[in-house]
Design a protein around this ligand. Structure first.
Ligand code: HEC
Ligand code: HEC
Length: 199
């Protein structure tokens, strides 16, 4: 009898625990909660894509063999080109003007460590892609220079050229979502298995 009641007791406890466990996704599915992995249709990605589509990022991730400038993403003045490795051409390297920090006033070169464009072999061009294509492109090791999801997330949340978008220097609009919020959204996407919107 003693034995039976302790079995019943543990069944009750288990029941309570599993009910709490099961009810968790239901409770989290309120109108303000982030979508869960199963219900996600790319919403976890589109929650932070406005940062990637902002000119601060797109000016280095656009079509053409050259960087862009300004909020209208016009072609970089002075005929600056990508060059064989993304650092410019021999006579005019990015580092001729861009340093590892922003120079003090509007229209002076902005800067961050390692300022350059992706190489022509893997140009990481996002211009003209749908959200689904952009998501798949940054996840594709052939198009992102061999990064797995963890490395991609680290790049998105910590890389110096990416971080520059929140501190772009005098006279330039920073990217739209505060950095801690952006990082949290990127990590929520990662935790759900990095799902992409339909192409
Ligand atoms: C000054 C140019 C520059 C700016 C500005 C820049 N990037 Fe990049 N980005 C690069 C370069 C160069 C690489 C390639 C690095 C490597 O693999 O060697 C890269 C790679 C990436 C990748 C790797 C995956 C891929 O396929 O594209 C991501 C993601 C990325 N950047 C996000 C961003 C975001 C987000 C911003 C804006 C907040 C940004 N970048 C701004 C130059 C830039
Ligand atoms: C001869 C000097 C010079 C060289 C070389 C140069 N830049 Fe620039 N760049 C500038 C100046 C100056 C600005 C700022 C223009 C302004 O704000 O009006 C600028 C702005 C930019 C911006 C715009 C940032 C934004 O979002 O508005 C990007 C991106 C950029 N450069 C990338 C590069 C890359 C990549 C290279 C090498 C391939 C390079 N630049 C080479 C002088 C140079």
């Amino acid at each position: 009898m003693k034995r039976l009641s302790s079995v019943l007791w543990s069944l009750l406890v288990c029941g309570a625990v599993s009910t709490a466990w099961l009810s968790h996704p239901v409770a989290a599915a309120g109108p303000t909660a982030a979508p869960t992995a199963s219900s996600d249709n790319g919403a976890l990605f589109t929650a932070f894509v406005p940062v990637l589509r902002h000119p601060r990022c797109m000016n280095c991730h656009s079509k053409g063999g050259y960087p862009r400038q300004g909020d209208d993403s016009h072609r970089h003045t002075m005929d600056i080109r990508r060059g064989p490795a993304g650092f410019g051409v021999t006579s005019v390297k990015c580092s001729t003007c861009h340093q590892d920090h922003n120079l003090g006033a509007a229209h002076l070169p902005p800067g961050a460590p390692g300022w350059h464009l992706p190489p022509p072999s893997v140009p990481m061009i996002w211009e003209g892609l749908t959200d689904g294509q952009l998501c798949e492109s940054i996840k594709n090791p052939k198009q992102n220079r061999g990064r797995n999801i963890d490395q991609l997330v680290e790049h998105l949340t910590e890389d110096k050229l990416v971080m520059w978008g929140w501190n772009p220097g005098e006279g330039r609009t920073p990217v739209p979502i505060p950095h801690d919020e952006f990082s949290a959204k990127v990590k929520a996407w990662q935790a759900a298995g990095a799902p992409c919107p339909a192409r």
